[in-house]
Design a protein around this ligand. Structure first.
Ligand code: HAM
Length: 420
């Protein structure tokens, strides 16, 4: 038997209601802030991610699913959603349209990572991107949307917002130099990745999970001491807005994020509920990305949440999710009554009821057992005598009452019963 590829997971019908509840919450929250859905391709030209995500990142260096298509083009399955949305924004001429542009997405993404709990090779994200607004209130809006989404899922008390500023090109250059000065005496003892980061992007050293490197990162200088006046003012205003809006956060100078496109604000929501892969949502401002893609510079801010990690967190909390169960099960005894049942089911579905019929030609006893398992509210039984009479036996499975009801009155009967 061929098995599922490593690092992938099936979403089975029994879990569908959890996925749908998260997606509903995402849509509801995003639309409250005026965001509209965007869908972009699952694959893009590899070049987009080299430029968009950045060639010093683990994602680009180690984790992309890249292949040549039959036309010899280098194609990559998207490792995240931001680069594709940025491309679509520019390519569709939306830079010249009404700003700010606000879009959200529910997508699958692909990274060739070492799988573990909460880390998959195919995973899903809810993300939101906002283009055109440079003000701290845009950062605040992205974070408020993220917080509202997590609160709506019932995770509000179990997540912590970590907030940082990594400055702009100018102040980050000064900070990078300070980091190089700090790490230079130790770099020989640090991992191969950090040695490469030392030259290209020393901030990423702060993100290294290697114990040998962590020993040195703990006392590294903080970006916050190097912010220029404008970046500092931006960060102060953002903190003030979040505080006024009642959003709790911790300033965490070690948050640098694993993608190269960020500037100024970066943030992550983490939880203690799910082990090592504890970041359920991450994002930040990325004012330089569009320019990096050879488009007109446009300020931008956004975030993405990992849906599988949210599910793990909700399962750890034993969070209840409403699952839609059948309103009605229709039991039949022979070909004629099943035929009548099928027609009745269609009529009732037309009125919005969830109706399940016997397709397995089981005994009546087995059908009742099955209806019970499905938690159906009503069981309608049709047999020879019911067909002759033009009426069916309607049993309420919770009250355990049963009545004979004319076929043409069944819909009204169920409606009245429910109202009472
Ligand atoms: P990211 O931090 O790479 O950011 O991913 C966002 C979230 O996706 C993570 O916090 C995590 O919950 C989830 N995630 C990432 N990788 C995996 C994986 N291998 N398995 C399961 N879940 C995973 C981005 O992707 C940026 N595009 C976010 C953003 C949008 N920044 C600005 N706009």
């Amino acid at each position: 038997m061929i098995r599922i590829p490593k690092g992938c997971k099936d979403m089975l019908p029994a879990e569908a209601h959890i996925w749908q509840a998260i997606e509903d919450e995402a849509r509801t929250a995003a639309e409250l802030y005026g965001f509209k859905e965007i869908r972009t391709p699952v694959f893009e030209h590899t070049e987009l991610f080299l430029r968009g995500v950045g060639d010093t990142t683990d994602i680009v260096n180690k984790e992309m699913y890249t292949f040549l298509d039959k036309g010899g083009r280098s194609i990559t399955l998207r490792p995240e959603g931001t680069a594709g949305v940025a491309r679509a924004f520019v390519e569709n001429g939306l830079q010249g349209g009404t700003l700010p542009f606000k879009a959200y997405y529910l997508i699958s993404a692909f990274r060739y990572e070492r799988p573990q709990a909460g880390r998959l090779r195919e995973f899903h994200q809810f993300g939101a991107e906002l283009y055109g607004a440079a003000s701290p209130s845009a950062d605040a809006e992205a974070i408020l949307l993220a917080a509202r989404f997590l609160n709506g899922l019932g995770l509000g008390d179990d997540v912590t917002l970590h907030l940082n500023s990594i400055g702009c090109k100018q102040c980050r250059a000064r900070y990078s130099e300070a980091l190089r000065d700090y790490f230079r005496p130790h770099i020989g003892e640090m991992c191969e990745d950090c040695r490469a980061r030392f030259e290209k992007n020393p901030l990423r050293i702060l993100d290294c999970k290697n114990d040998a490197c962590r020993k040195y990162t703990a006392d590294a200088p903080s970006m916050l001491d190097y912010l220029c006046d404008d970046c500092r003012a931006h960060f102060e205003t953002l903190k003030e807005l979040l505080t006024a809006a009642g959003v709790k956060f911790v300033v965490d100078p070690r948050i640098v994020r694993g993608l190269d496109y960020y500037s100024r604000t970066v943030f992550e929501f983490t939880t203690d509920l799910i082990g090592a892969q504890s970041t359920v949502l991450g994002g930040g401002r990325y004012d330089g990305l569009l320019e990096q893609m050879d488009a007109k510079p446009t300020p931008a801010v956004g975030f993405a949440a990992g849906i599988e990690r949210l599910i793990l967190a909700l399962q750890a909390l034993d969070a209840p999710f409403a699952d839609r169960v059948p309103d009605i099960y229709i039991a039949g005894m022979d070909a004629q009554s099943r035929r009548r049942g099928l027609l009745l089911a269609e009529e009732l579905r037309g009125r919005g009821y969830v109706v399940v019929c016997d397709l397995m030609e089981r005994s009546l006893k087995a059908q009742f057992k099955y209806a019970d398992k499905l938690y159906a509210s009503f069981v309608i039984t049709i047999g020879e005598s019911e067909l002759e009479e033009g009426a069916a036996e309607v049993r309420n499975m919770f009250g355990s009452t049963s009545e004979r009801v004319k076929f043409e009155d069944i819909a009204q009967y169920i409606k009245n019963y429910r109202r009472n």
